[in-house]
Design a protein around this ligand. Sequence first.
Ligand code: SAM
Length: 339
Amino acid sequence: MHKSRNKNQPRAGARDALPAHRPAHVRSISVPQAQVGSRNEGEASESGEGELEPTPARTGELYVVATPIGNMEDVTLRALSVLAGADVILAEDTRVTSKLLDRHRVARKLLTLNEHNESQMLASVLERMAHGERIALVSDAGTPAISDPGARLVSGVRAAGGRVTPIPGPSALAAALSVAGVGEEPVMFCGFLPSKKEARRSRIGELHTIPAALVFFEAPHRVQETIDDLAQIAEGTRRLVIARELTKMHESVHECAVSDAPDWLAGDPNRLRGEFVLVLHAAATEARKPADWEPVLAALLEELPLAQAVKLACKATGAPRNEVYPRALELSRAAQDHD
Ligand code: SAM
């Protein structure tokens, strides 16, 4: 089926104008060929002496292409170039992807790849790649394989030795993190929580002790319950960022203590509308309690060189050198910064 010519193929006459290594059926709009899938400009095939190098045989490739999460202009030039140069585009919902392609005047063959047929599609994708085809994978919005179909396909293709290339761009995950103000905290992406109350609460119970900012995707019909559960289970002072409808007309980003979030949400029914990313900042780490020997060490450091102060502190208090020495380094650095 994939060998058949579609309405976007150029007529026979036009075919002659294309470089020999490019099958005519892959182009319907003008795309600079060197850019399609190139990792950088250095991959163009012209040699330094101005002669063309022999054209390599085309190898198949799977491109994982990020598409907008709302604002249709958030598509990269490279994504459009790859989509326009693909032999086939695998789309989660072909109607959704058609709208994006129409808007950017890209006309390519579309096939459905969703959670129901992902495993079956692997064999036909590998076969296409063996014939040198370029295959683009997109989801309805954002980056495929992030809480979206595609993970099994990319693993399968790589396991079979195929080349899989990311075409990065929008993702609700990165967009929310970019405005959440997560600094040095580690970040854990948790995807969607379970929909059943008991399972969801138990999962939050497991996650909330992890010393990291936690990122959740959430749907409008569940966001209230999820925020209620977070407020009940996580430490109330943790900051929660509620990122809603990112890149869309009603975009909003609200931050508050997680214990205040249910009331804030209840304050306006519009706050429950749209798509959500929740970023629960890490719990504030408790101030470190100084060890009993620290005042002795600090007093000695004021009078003696570091090595001597460490030696005497260990002798006087019985504290282990492997704890005293690093602390002495910290204290003397802090004293130098203070001076
Ligand atoms: N793979 C996609 C990505 O990289 O953005 C995510 C797909 S997941 C099925 C859809 C979820 O992403 C939504 O339920 C919501 O939690 C989040 N999401 C998608 N678009 C969003 C937006 N514009 N604003 C906020 N969250 C969004």
